[in-house]
Design a binder for this molecule. Structure first.
Ligand SMILES: NC(=O)c1ccc[n+]([C@@H]2O[C@H](COP(=O)([O-])OP(=O)(O)OC[C@H]3O[C@@H](n4cnc5c(N)ncnc54)[C@H](O)[C@@H]3O)[C@@H](O)[C@H]2O)c1
Length: 239
């Protein structure tokens, strides 16, 4: 019943929800037409995965953002970079070479087509998967990651429609796996400074808040063959 209530609430609050979700998401499903699909699931709010002494990581998409995640993980102790997947050979080689240069074992690489990531997911020696692909792949890859018994960490945005959001929630509840959207800006110095000011009452009592994604990204539109401009511009034309 809990699920039914929250789904009905979301449906009724379609306009408000769309406002929240569309900050940088191409919302191509009208929330009011999304049929609620109640499923019995144990909430994953507060889910704590069993402690891992070593976290074995797979990366899907190692373009600009995914490569920076590879770089960051190379700085961490207690992680093994097991496998990477990307259909674009140049970025795949760049990531694999970087890992080796950091004196870590060469990862297994998966490439060839858009579904090669399924070979990575079929392994049983990976605990978490970092997904840094174009937006349309996020929810399907996150769902398949959890279904393969791994925790999913997905770049922004996690999903493109309210229906996809519920599929992610339902899968997390069914599999009891974590699925985290890797929003990072809220941890920035300026954002945390404003949060601190709010908590100290500098602005008085806050009654209303608005936010927007204001970010100069027009230069990326020139990246026609590869990188962000080759896919993200399409979404900008829809929002
Ligand atoms: N959180 C942030 O601050 C932040 C910053 C930049 C980008 N991002 C997000 O990161 C994601 C990636 O952006 P980017 O700038 O790295 O784009 P990019 O185009 O440089 O990289 C995407 C990579 O995904 C690969 N890819 C495409 N389809 C694939 C598939 N089926 N299987 C495996 N790999 C596939 C592409 O070949 C490419 O190398 C986007 O969702 C973007 O919104 C987030």
């Amino acid at each position: 019943m809990h699920n039914i209530h929250r789904r009905n609430f979301l449906k009724a609050a379609g306009a408000a929800t769309a406002g929240l979700v569309t900050a940088n998401i191409a919302l191509n499903t009208n929330a009011s037409t999304v049929a609620p699909k109640p499923q019995a699931g144990k909430s994953v709010i507060g889910l704590v995965a069993p402690k891992m002494d070593v976290v074995r990581v797979g990366f899907i998409g190692v373009g600009e953002r995914g490569f920076s995640h590879v770089e960051q993980f190379c700085h961490l102790e207690g992680v093994e970079l097991k496998a990477i997947c990307d259909p674009h050979q140049a970025v795949l080689d760049r990531a694999a070479d970087h890992i080796v240069k950091q004196n870590r074992p060469k990862p297994t690489v998966y490439t060839g087509n858009d579904l090669s990531y399924r070979d990575l997911l079929s392994r049983d020696d990976i605990d978490i998967v970092i997904i840094s692909t174009p937006w349309e792949w996020h929810a399907p890859m996150a769902i398949e990651t959890m279904e393969s018994g791994k925790h999913a960490f997905v770049e922004v945005p996690m999903a493109l429609t309210v229906d996809e959001c519920w599929q992610v929630v339902d899968t997390a509840e069914r599999t009891q796996k974590n699925c985290m959207m890797m929003e990072n800006v809220n941890y920035g110095r300026e954002e945390l400074m404003v949060l601190n000011m709010v908590r100290q009452g500098v602005f008085g009592e806050l009654l209303h808040g608005e936010a927007a994604y204001i970010h100069e990204l027009r230069w990326q539109m020139k990246e026609i063959d590869h990188k962000t401009g080759s896919w993200r511009t399409y979404w900008h034309t829809k929002t």
